[in-house]
Design a protein around this ligand. Sequence first.
Ligand code: SF4
Ligand code: SF4
Length: 370
Amino acid sequence: MKKLGFGFMRLPLKDSNDATSVDMELLYKMVDTFMEKGFTYFDTAYVYHQQQSERFLKQALVDRYPRDKFTIATKLPMPFVKTARDNERIFNEELEKCGVDYFDYYLLHAMNAERFEQAKNLGCFEFIKEKKARGKIRNIGFSFHDTAQLLDEMLTRWPEVDFVQLQINYLDWENPSIQSRACYEVAVKHNVPVIVMEPIKGGSLANLPEEAVQLLKGLDDKMSAASWAVRYAASLDNVMMVLSGMSNLEQVQDNVAYMEDFVPLKEEEYKVINKVVDIIYQSKTVPCTACQYCVDGCPKHIPIPKYFALYNAELQALNKGFSTQKIYYSNMTQTMTKASECIACGKCEKSCPQHIKVIDELKNVAKTFE
Ligand code: SF4
Ligand code: SF4
Protein backbone atom coordinates (compact mmCIF):
# COMPACT_ATOMS: atom_id res chain seq x y z
CA MET A 1 0.00 0.00 0.00
CA LYS A 2 1.16 3.52 -0.75
CA LYS A 3 1.85 5.50 2.42
CA LEU A 4 -0.85 8.19 2.07
CA GLY A 5 -4.40 7.84 3.45
CA PHE A 6 -7.39 10.06 2.72
CA GLY A 7 -8.89 11.41 5.97
CA PHE A 8 -12.64 12.11 5.86
CA MET A 9 -12.69 14.69 8.68
CA ARG A 10 -12.26 17.97 6.77
CA LEU A 11 -14.28 17.39 3.61
CA PRO A 12 -15.12 20.29 1.25
CA LEU A 13 -18.25 22.16 2.39
CA LYS A 14 -20.77 24.24 0.51
CA ASP A 15 -21.54 26.20 3.67
CA SER A 16 -18.62 26.60 6.07
CA ASN A 17 -21.05 26.82 9.01
CA ASP A 18 -22.69 23.48 8.22
CA ALA A 19 -20.41 20.44 8.57
CA THR A 20 -22.98 18.25 6.79
CA SER A 21 -23.11 20.42 3.62
CA VAL A 22 -20.40 18.40 1.85
CA ASP A 23 -19.85 19.24 -1.81
CA MET A 24 -20.34 15.70 -3.14
CA GLU A 25 -19.49 16.44 -6.78
CA LEU A 26 -16.15 17.86 -5.69
CA LEU A 27 -15.60 14.97 -3.28
CA TYR A 28 -16.17 12.46 -6.12
CA LYS A 29 -13.42 14.18 -8.13
CA MET A 30 -11.09 14.14 -5.13
CA VAL A 31 -11.68 10.43 -4.48
CA ASP A 32 -11.26 9.60 -8.19
CA THR A 33 -7.97 11.51 -8.39
CA PHE A 34 -6.69 9.72 -5.31
CA MET A 35 -7.72 6.28 -6.60
CA GLU A 36 -6.40 6.88 -10.13
CA LYS A 37 -2.91 7.32 -8.69
CA GLY A 38 -3.06 3.97 -6.91
CA PHE A 39 -3.87 5.13 -3.36
CA THR A 40 -6.43 3.00 -1.53
CA TYR A 41 -6.63 3.88 2.19
CA PHE A 42 -9.60 5.89 3.55
CA ASP A 43 -10.03 6.95 7.16
CA THR A 44 -13.36 8.02 8.62
CA ALA A 45 -15.00 8.00 12.07
CA TYR A 46 -18.45 7.89 13.64
CA VAL A 47 -18.12 11.43 14.96
CA TYR A 48 -16.70 13.30 11.95
CA HIS A 49 -18.93 15.79 10.12
CA GLN A 50 -21.63 15.64 12.74
CA GLN A 51 -21.80 11.86 12.50
CA GLN A 52 -22.28 11.87 8.73
CA SER A 53 -18.72 11.26 7.47
CA GLU A 54 -19.28 7.49 7.19
CA ARG A 55 -22.32 8.10 4.96
CA PHE A 56 -20.27 10.47 2.76
CA LEU A 57 -17.65 7.73 2.47
CA LYS A 58 -20.30 5.26 1.32
CA GLN A 59 -21.56 7.69 -1.31
CA ALA A 60 -18.19 8.79 -2.62
CA LEU A 61 -16.31 5.49 -2.42
CA VAL A 62 -18.22 2.33 -1.49
CA ASP A 63 -21.09 2.91 -3.92
CA ARG A 64 -18.68 3.80 -6.74
CA TYR A 65 -15.80 1.28 -6.50
CA PRO A 66 -15.52 -2.52 -6.05
CA ARG A 67 -14.97 -3.48 -2.40
CA ASP A 68 -11.57 -5.09 -3.09
CA LYS A 69 -10.14 -1.87 -4.56
CA PHE A 70 -10.00 0.17 -1.31
CA THR A 71 -9.47 -0.19 2.42
CA ILE A 72 -11.63 1.52 5.05
CA ALA A 73 -10.72 2.52 8.58
CA THR A 74 -13.32 3.71 11.06
CA LYS A 75 -13.54 4.01 14.83
CA LEU A 76 -15.58 3.20 17.91
CA PRO A 77 -16.66 6.58 19.38
CA MET A 78 -15.79 6.10 23.05
CA PRO A 79 -17.99 8.95 24.45
CA PHE A 80 -21.03 7.22 22.92
CA VAL A 81 -20.27 3.84 24.51
CA LYS A 82 -22.13 3.98 27.81
CA THR A 83 -22.83 0.26 28.30
CA ALA A 84 -21.22 -2.95 26.94
CA ARG A 85 -24.21 -3.40 24.63
CA ASP A 86 -23.41 -0.12 22.86
CA ASN A 87 -20.30 -1.74 21.31
CA GLU A 88 -22.40 -4.00 19.08
CA ARG A 89 -25.14 -1.45 18.39
CA ILE A 90 -22.70 1.25 17.24
CA PHE A 91 -20.54 -1.18 15.26
CA ASN A 92 -23.58 -2.41 13.31
CA GLU A 93 -24.69 1.17 12.73
CA GLU A 94 -21.25 1.95 11.29
CA LEU A 95 -21.35 -1.06 8.95
CA GLU A 96 -24.74 0.15 7.71
CA LYS A 97 -23.60 3.77 7.32
CA CYS A 98 -20.49 2.75 5.38
CA GLY A 99 -22.41 0.19 3.33
CA VAL A 100 -19.87 -2.61 3.92
CA ASP A 101 -19.92 -5.97 5.70
CA TYR A 102 -16.42 -5.72 7.16
CA PHE A 103 -13.85 -3.03 8.03
CA ASP A 104 -10.21 -3.29 6.99
CA TYR A 105 -9.05 -1.27 9.99
CA TYR A 106 -11.05 -0.57 13.15
CA LEU A 107 -9.92 1.61 16.04
CA LEU A 108 -10.96 2.57 19.53
CA HIS A 109 -11.11 6.31 18.98
CA ALA A 110 -8.91 8.92 20.72
CA MET A 111 -7.77 6.82 23.65
CA ASN A 112 -6.40 8.40 26.81
CA ALA A 113 -6.19 7.37 30.47
CA GLU A 114 -9.90 7.91 31.14
CA ARG A 115 -10.99 6.05 28.00
CA PHE A 116 -8.57 3.19 28.72
CA GLU A 117 -10.44 2.63 31.99
CA GLN A 118 -13.75 2.91 30.17
CA ALA A 119 -12.63 0.40 27.52
CA LYS A 120 -11.53 -2.07 30.22
CA ASN A 121 -14.85 -1.70 32.08
CA LEU A 122 -17.03 -2.06 28.98
CA GLY A 123 -14.99 -4.76 27.18
CA CYS A 124 -14.35 -2.62 24.10
CA PHE A 125 -11.04 -4.24 23.17
CA GLU A 126 -12.38 -7.76 23.69
CA PHE A 127 -15.31 -6.75 21.48
CA ILE A 128 -13.11 -5.70 18.54
CA LYS A 129 -10.92 -8.78 19.00
CA GLU A 130 -13.98 -10.97 18.67
CA LYS A 131 -15.11 -9.06 15.56
CA LYS A 132 -11.71 -9.68 14.04
CA ALA A 133 -11.96 -13.43 14.81
CA ARG A 134 -15.34 -13.45 13.01
CA GLY A 135 -13.94 -11.66 9.95
CA LYS A 136 -15.84 -8.42 10.51
CA ILE A 137 -12.58 -6.52 11.06
CA ARG A 138 -9.25 -7.28 9.37
CA ASN A 139 -6.95 -5.19 11.63
CA ILE A 140 -7.60 -3.83 15.12
CA GLY A 141 -5.97 -0.89 16.87
CA PHE A 142 -6.61 2.41 18.56
CA SER A 143 -5.86 6.08 18.06
CA PHE A 144 -4.09 7.71 20.95
CA HIS A 145 -3.69 11.11 22.63
CA ASP A 146 -1.84 10.74 25.92
CA THR A 147 1.60 10.03 27.39
CA ALA A 148 4.14 7.53 26.11
CA GLN A 149 4.00 5.83 29.50
CA LEU A 150 0.29 5.13 29.11
CA LEU A 151 0.82 3.92 25.54
CA ASP A 152 3.40 1.45 26.85
CA GLU A 153 0.89 0.21 29.43
CA MET A 154 -1.85 -0.17 26.82
CA LEU A 155 0.33 -2.03 24.33
CA THR A 156 1.50 -4.32 27.12
CA ARG A 157 -2.08 -5.09 28.14
CA TRP A 158 -3.32 -5.43 24.54
CA PRO A 159 -0.41 -7.09 22.65
CA GLU A 160 -2.86 -8.28 19.95
CA VAL A 161 -3.21 -4.82 18.38
CA ASP A 162 -2.24 -4.79 14.71
CA PHE A 163 -1.41 -1.06 14.61
CA VAL A 164 -1.64 2.15 16.59
CA GLN A 165 -2.58 5.60 15.30
CA LEU A 166 -0.45 8.43 16.67
CA GLN A 167 -0.23 12.18 16.23
CA ILE A 168 3.15 12.73 14.61
CA ASN A 169 4.42 15.87 12.93
CA TYR A 170 7.65 17.82 13.01
CA LEU A 171 6.25 20.47 15.36
CA ASP A 172 5.06 17.96 17.97
CA TRP A 173 8.02 15.58 17.67
CA GLU A 174 9.62 16.89 20.88
CA ASN A 175 6.51 18.60 22.30
CA PRO A 176 6.28 17.54 26.00
CA SER A 177 2.45 17.51 25.92
CA ILE A 178 1.98 15.54 22.70
CA GLN A 179 5.14 13.36 23.04
CA SER A 180 5.20 12.31 19.37
CA ARG A 181 8.75 10.96 19.47
CA ALA A 182 8.35 9.14 22.78
CA CYS A 183 5.06 7.55 21.64
CA TYR A 184 6.59 6.51 18.32
CA GLU A 185 9.49 4.87 20.16
CA VAL A 186 7.08 2.94 22.39
CA ALA A 187 5.31 1.61 19.28
CA VAL A 188 8.67 0.56 17.82
CA LYS A 189 9.58 -1.18 21.08
CA HIS A 190 6.36 -3.20 20.90
CA ASN A 191 6.87 -3.84 17.19
CA VAL A 192 3.49 -2.27 16.38
CA PRO A 193 3.17 -0.43 13.04
CA VAL A 194 2.11 3.23 13.23
CA ILE A 195 -0.54 5.12 11.30
CA VAL A 196 0.11 8.85 11.52
CA MET A 197 -2.67 11.39 12.09
CA GLU A 198 -2.31 15.17 11.98
CA PRO A 199 0.98 15.19 10.01
CA ILE A 200 0.18 18.79 8.96
CA LYS A 201 -1.26 19.61 12.39
CA GLY A 202 -4.74 20.47 11.14
CA GLY A 203 -3.36 22.42 8.20
CA SER A 204 -1.25 24.74 10.34
CA LEU A 205 2.02 23.39 8.85
CA ALA A 206 0.70 24.34 5.41
CA ASN A 207 0.41 28.00 6.49
CA LEU A 208 3.80 28.88 7.86
CA PRO A 209 5.37 32.21 8.82
CA GLU A 210 6.99 33.85 5.80
CA GLU A 211 10.53 33.25 7.08
CA ALA A 212 9.84 29.52 7.32
CA VAL A 213 8.24 29.45 3.86
CA GLN A 214 11.39 30.97 2.37
CA LEU A 215 13.62 28.42 4.09
CA LEU A 216 11.60 25.54 2.63
CA LYS A 217 11.51 27.17 -0.79
CA GLY A 218 15.30 27.27 -0.57
CA LEU A 219 15.26 23.46 -0.48
CA ASP A 220 12.90 23.13 -3.45
CA ASP A 221 10.64 25.95 -4.57
CA LYS A 222 8.22 23.60 -6.35
CA MET A 223 7.29 21.68 -3.19
CA SER A 224 4.37 22.85 -1.01
CA ALA A 225 4.82 23.52 2.71
CA ALA A 226 2.42 20.62 3.41
CA SER A 227 4.61 18.20 1.44
CA TRP A 228 7.51 18.59 3.88
CA ALA A 229 5.23 17.79 6.81
CA VAL A 230 3.72 14.68 5.21
CA ARG A 231 7.10 13.40 4.04
CA TYR A 232 8.56 14.02 7.50
CA ALA A 233 6.01 11.61 9.01
CA ALA A 234 6.23 9.12 6.15
CA SER A 235 10.04 8.97 6.43
CA LEU A 236 9.84 7.13 9.76
CA ASP A 237 10.60 3.42 9.25
CA ASN A 238 7.82 2.07 11.46
CA VAL A 239 5.13 4.26 9.86
CA MET A 240 2.83 2.27 7.55
CA MET A 241 0.44 5.08 6.62
CA VAL A 242 0.15 8.86 6.86
CA LEU A 243 -3.34 10.36 6.90
CA SER A 244 -4.17 13.71 5.40
CA GLY A 245 -7.60 15.30 5.86
CA MET A 246 -7.92 16.79 2.40
CA SER A 247 -10.41 19.59 1.79
CA ASN A 248 -10.08 20.45 -1.90
CA LEU A 249 -8.88 19.01 -5.19
CA GLU A 250 -5.62 20.99 -5.17
CA GLN A 251 -4.59 19.38 -1.88
CA VAL A 252 -5.29 15.90 -3.28
CA GLN A 253 -3.35 16.63 -6.46
CA ASP A 254 -0.42 18.02 -4.48
CA ASN A 255 -0.35 15.13 -1.99
CA VAL A 256 -0.58 12.36 -4.58
CA ALA A 257 2.11 13.99 -6.75
CA TYR A 258 4.88 13.78 -4.14
CA MET A 259 3.61 10.60 -2.43
CA GLU A 260 3.13 8.57 -5.60
CA ASP A 261 6.82 7.70 -5.67
CA PHE A 262 7.66 8.60 -2.10
CA VAL A 263 11.24 9.69 -1.33
CA PRO A 264 12.27 9.90 2.38
CA LEU A 265 13.76 13.16 3.68
CA LYS A 266 17.51 13.68 3.50
CA GLU A 267 19.81 14.82 6.29
CA GLU A 268 20.04 18.45 5.14
CA GLU A 269 16.24 18.63 4.81
CA TYR A 270 15.82 17.59 8.46
CA LYS A 271 18.17 20.42 9.44
CA VAL A 272 16.03 23.00 7.64
CA ILE A 273 12.86 21.60 9.19
CA ASN A 274 14.40 21.99 12.65
CA LYS A 275 14.92 25.67 11.87
CA VAL A 276 11.28 25.92 10.75
CA VAL A 277 10.21 24.48 14.13
CA ASP A 278 12.16 27.23 15.94
CA ILE A 279 10.51 29.91 13.81
CA ILE A 280 7.00 28.54 14.48
CA TYR A 281 7.59 28.40 18.23
CA GLN A 282 8.78 32.01 18.15
CA SER A 283 5.56 33.07 16.40
CA LYS A 284 3.50 31.89 19.45
CA THR A 285 0.44 30.71 17.55
CA VAL A 286 -2.25 28.49 19.12
CA PRO A 287 -1.57 24.85 18.09
CA CYS A 288 -5.24 24.13 17.29
CA THR A 289 -5.83 21.42 14.65
CA ALA A 290 -9.51 22.34 14.12
CA CYS A 291 -10.54 18.80 15.09
CA GLN A 292 -13.79 20.22 16.58
CA TYR A 293 -13.72 17.88 19.59
CA CYS A 294 -14.25 20.83 21.93
CA VAL A 295 -17.15 22.39 20.09
CA ASP A 296 -20.15 20.19 20.88
CA GLY A 297 -19.69 20.35 24.65
CA CYS A 298 -19.40 24.15 24.91
CA PRO A 299 -22.47 25.45 26.77
CA LYS A 300 -21.95 28.88 25.17
CA HIS A 301 -21.56 27.46 21.62
CA ILE A 302 -18.33 29.37 21.06
CA PRO A 303 -16.79 28.47 17.67
CA ILE A 304 -13.42 27.84 19.34
CA PRO A 305 -11.35 26.53 16.36
CA LYS A 306 -12.67 29.24 14.05
CA TYR A 307 -11.56 31.94 16.49
CA PHE A 308 -8.15 30.31 16.91
CA ALA A 309 -7.70 30.18 13.12
CA LEU A 310 -8.48 33.91 12.89
CA TYR A 311 -6.23 34.66 15.84
CA ASN A 312 -3.31 32.72 14.34
CA ALA A 313 -3.73 34.49 11.02
CA GLU A 314 -3.84 37.81 12.84
CA LEU A 315 -0.60 37.05 14.74
CA GLN A 316 1.18 36.29 11.49
CA ALA A 317 -0.17 39.45 9.87
CA LEU A 318 0.81 41.55 12.89
CA ASN A 319 4.36 40.21 12.53
CA LYS A 320 4.37 41.85 9.13
CA GLY A 321 3.02 45.09 10.62
CA PHE A 322 -0.68 45.05 9.72
CA SER A 323 -4.00 43.66 10.91
CA THR A 324 -6.14 41.55 8.58
CA GLN A 325 -8.64 39.53 10.55
CA LYS A 326 -10.57 41.98 12.75
CA ILE A 327 -13.30 42.48 10.19
CA TYR A 328 -13.86 38.71 9.93
CA TYR A 329 -14.14 38.43 13.69
CA SER A 330 -16.57 41.31 13.75
CA ASN A 331 -18.68 39.62 11.03
CA MET A 332 -18.66 36.27 12.80
CA THR A 333 -19.73 37.68 16.14
CA GLN A 334 -22.90 39.08 14.56
CA THR A 335 -24.28 35.54 14.73
CA MET A 336 -21.87 33.66 17.02
CA THR A 337 -20.96 33.93 20.68
CA LYS A 338 -17.98 36.18 21.35
CA ALA A 339 -14.76 34.80 22.83
CA SER A 340 -15.25 37.08 25.86
CA GLU A 341 -18.49 35.27 26.72
CA CYS A 342 -16.60 32.11 27.73
CA ILE A 343 -17.69 31.18 31.28
CA ALA A 344 -14.48 29.23 31.98
CA CYS A 345 -16.35 25.97 32.68
CA GLY A 346 -13.34 24.02 31.33
CA LYS A 347 -15.30 21.40 29.31
CA CYS A 348 -13.40 22.23 26.13
CA GLU A 349 -10.00 21.82 27.77
CA LYS A 350 -10.89 18.30 28.92
CA SER A 351 -11.70 17.24 25.35
CA CYS A 352 -8.78 18.93 23.59
CA PRO A 353 -6.19 16.37 22.39
CA GLN A 354 -3.68 19.19 21.88
CA HIS A 355 -3.87 20.17 25.59
CA ILE A 356 -4.54 23.79 24.63
CA LYS A 357 -5.35 26.19 27.46
CA VAL A 358 -8.53 27.22 25.66
CA ILE A 359 -9.81 29.56 28.37
CA ASP A 360 -6.59 31.61 28.42
CA GLU A 361 -6.31 31.62 24.64
CA LEU A 362 -9.90 32.82 24.27
CA LYS A 363 -8.99 35.71 26.56
CA ASN A 364 -6.17 36.53 24.14
CA VAL A 365 -8.59 36.31 21.22
CA ALA A 366 -10.99 38.69 22.98
CA LYS A 367 -8.17 41.09 23.84
CA THR A 368 -6.97 41.12 20.22
CA PHE A 369 -10.30 41.40 18.44
CA GLU A 370 -12.85 42.94 20.78
S1 SF4 B 1 -14.49 27.04 29.02
FE1 SF4 B 1 -15.47 28.54 27.69
S2 SF4 B 1 -15.08 27.85 25.63
FE2 SF4 B 1 -14.65 26.15 26.99
S3 SF4 B 1 -16.55 24.95 27.02
FE3 SF4 B 1 -16.64 26.36 28.76
S4 SF4 B 1 -17.67 28.18 27.95
FE4 SF4 B 1 -17.05 26.96 26.18
S1 SF4 C 1 -9.12 23.71 20.62
FE1 SF4 C 1 -8.39 21.60 20.78
S2 SF4 C 1 -10.27 20.33 20.68
FE2 SF4 C 1 -10.80 22.37 19.95
S3 SF4 C 1 -10.61 22.25 17.73
FE3 SF4 C 1 -8.66 23.04 18.55
S4 SF4 C 1 -7.37 21.23 18.82
FE4 SF4 C 1 -9.48 20.48 18.59
